[in-house]
Design a protein around this ligand. Structure first.
Ligand code: FAD
Length: 526
């Protein structure tokens, strides 16, 4: 691998880096993406799983007559539409209901959500409606009845974030991009004051090697400033991470297919309860933080979420009801340490250093495509003489969504699979579900855990097609079990690691230390 030459090296395999790798590859750049852990192991598997324009920004736009906030919502809603269209097996529309306890809130919230629909234009997912008290009680039987006046229902998108990052990388790889997880950028080399080489450490073998690069893109989220400082020790920080946690509860807390949105918590945030992978996902919090791997879930954060649940539900909810929890770091841009102010109006910020390091920070999952387009436009601007194409990601069907999944579903139906298995295969693999079925035919249909439809054969598929190197890559980010049910993930760990041990030829000692590390992570919030 030493000394290979690339047009673009992308650092970071989350939403931002994966989006850039695909866009750059489709335009004609020879591209390498490196990720120091597993793909989407950072923030991009730890989101609230909403594909949204940002109802919150809309309120700010109206209250402060701020056009930039309004444009942000409009852009987010366009991107929402594109995600749902280009990855329909991973993203779908969802309805959210807001229970309201004051009469005046009903017209206020409804007007805001009607405006959200209006801005969506022809990309609207459905029409917001006022919902009566009785209907709310029917959808959410345990919501607090006392003082309930009614509510509002609106439409947004929901998605599988970790698999979305994977689909972007698989799509990029199909078009010639090289993608490597467990590969950390540790240094840069320079020629005439510009970055010309990137030093990478393979975190599995600990070997170091160098690659040549015309452009280096820093898409490392909360770690953005650490990479900027490898390039320029004097660089002033532009990212102020903020941590947010989620907890997962049994479906009994949200027995129907609709989610619940609480528009204003005690600290003015929006809180969501969403149906997700057969469970109830609750989030999130917002605490100043610092760049760190696997940020911890604090007792205070959990108490905050439970306190709000108790405020809105008349059932007992305690820590014992939590099936899993995890924290993520928002890579928020703050330019207060720099002299630049023009970036403040946008949610994301792109900077090019004197030595050509392009750093991108901020944004949200929903806007990954636009962030990638803006970044790659900049690379194109500095690539005169190269035969490059225009951006084509607006309509690009992602890996697993190339054709209609209806035909795949019909084929699966002919195999007379159990409904739960068939749904799992379609939602996880899209058009590749039939390839996974071939693995199930070859390796058998033994499940990795009695309560979930995932089969051992999928581990073999993931090893071959989904870059899996460690047990939690599979358990947390490929099938999501570690995110929704910590105990089930722990119970499945040995089934997964024994397949990996055989495949990678790990000694018993190595396998034990990998399992110990996985158990520790599962116990402390993935
Ligand atoms: C609690 C929470 C809820 C959210 N909910 C939503 C939501 O519902 N909808 C939405 O649209 N957005 C949401 N977001 C925002 C969204 O998740 C993030 O904006 C997005 O995931 C950031 O992606 P990223 O690629 O920039 O960062 P990351 O996903 O963190 O990726 C950066 C990657 O760079 C890697 N890296 C760092 N240093 C190196 C190095 N030296 N070498 C190689 N690799 C390196 C890291 O390991 C990491 O994987 C949420 C965020 C949080 C925290």
């Amino acid at each position: 691998m030493n000394n290979q030459k690339y047009d673009v090296v992308v650092i970071g395999g989350g939403a931002t880096g994966a989006g850039i790798a695909l866009d750059a590859t489709l335009r004609g750049f020879r591209c390498l993406l490196v990720e120091k852990n597993d793909f989407a192991e950072g923030t991009s598997s730890r989101s609230t799983k909403l594909v949204h324009g940002g109802v919150r920004y809309l309120e700010a736009a109206v209250k402060h007559l701020d056009k930039s906030q309004f444009d942000l919502v409009k852009e987010g809603l366009k991107e929402r539409y594109r995600i749902l269209k280009n990855a329909p097996h991973l993203a779908h529309s969802i309805t959210l209901v807001t229970p309201l306890y004051k009469w005046y809130e009903i017209p206020y919230i409804y007007a805001g959500l009607a405006m959200y629909d209006l801005i969506s234009g022809k990309r609207r997912l459905g029409k917001s409606q006022i919902v009566g008290k009785d209907e709310i009680m029917k959808i959410f039987p345990s919501v607090k009845k006392e003082g309930l006046k009614g509510g509002v229902r609106y439409y947004d998108g929901a998605f599988n974030d970790a698999r979305m990052a994977l689909a972007l990388l698989q799509s990029a790889q199909e078009k010639g991009c090289e993608v490597r997880n467990y590969s950390e950028v540790v240094n840069f080399g320079y020629e005439n004051g510009k970055i010309s080489t990137v030093e990478i450490e393979d975190k599995i073998s600990n070997a170091r090697y160098e690659v040549q690069a015309d452009f280096v893109v820093n898409a490392t989220g909360a770690f953005c400033d650490a990479i900027r400082k490898i390039d320029d020790k004097e660089a002033r920080d532009i990212v102020e991470p903020s941590s947010g946690i989620h907890i997962v509860l049994d479906k009994k807390f949200l027995p129907n297919s609709e989610g619940l949105m609480i528009p204003k918590t005690e600290d003015g945030r929006v809180l969501f309860m969403l149906p997700w992978m057969g469970k109830c996902l609750v989030g999130t919090t917002d605490e100043e933080s610092s760049p760190q791997e696997h940020p911890k879930v604090s007792d205070n954060d959990i108490e905050y979420l439970l306190r709000h649940m108790r405020k809105y539900f008349s059932i007992d909810i305690s820590k014992n009801d939590i099936l899993s929890s995890w924290a993520g770091l928002r890579p928020l841009v703050s330019l207060k340490h720099t002299d630049d102010t023009k970036g403040l109006v946008r949610e994301h910020y792109i900077e090019q250093s004197k030595s050509n390091l392009v750093s991108i920070a901020g944004g949200k999952w929903t806007s990954y495509r636009k962030m990638a387009e803006d970044t790659v436009d900049l690379l194109v601007e500095f690539s005169s003489g190269k035969n490059l194409h225009n951006c084509s990601t607006k309509d690009y069907k992602l890996f697993g969504s190339e054709t209609d999944t209806v035909t795949i579903k019909e084929k699966l139906d002919r195999l007379k699979l159990e409904k739960e298995l068939s749904e799992h295969l379609i939602k996880t693999y899209g058009t590749k579900a039939l390839v996974v079925m071939d693995f199930i035919k070859e390796y058998g249909d033994d499940k990795i855990h009695k309560n979930y439809p995932v089969s051992k054969a999928e581990i073999y598929y993931a090893l071959k097609y989904e870059f899996v190197k460690k047990p939690l890559d599979f358990l947390v980010r490929r099938i999501g079990l570690g995110l929704i049910d910590t105990d089930a993930a722990k119970e499945s760990l040995f089934a997964v690691s024994s397949v990996l041990q055989k495949s990678f030829g790990w000694s018993d000692e190595v396998c034990k230390s990998i399992n110990d590390e996985a158990l520790l992570l599962l116990e402390s919030g993935v």
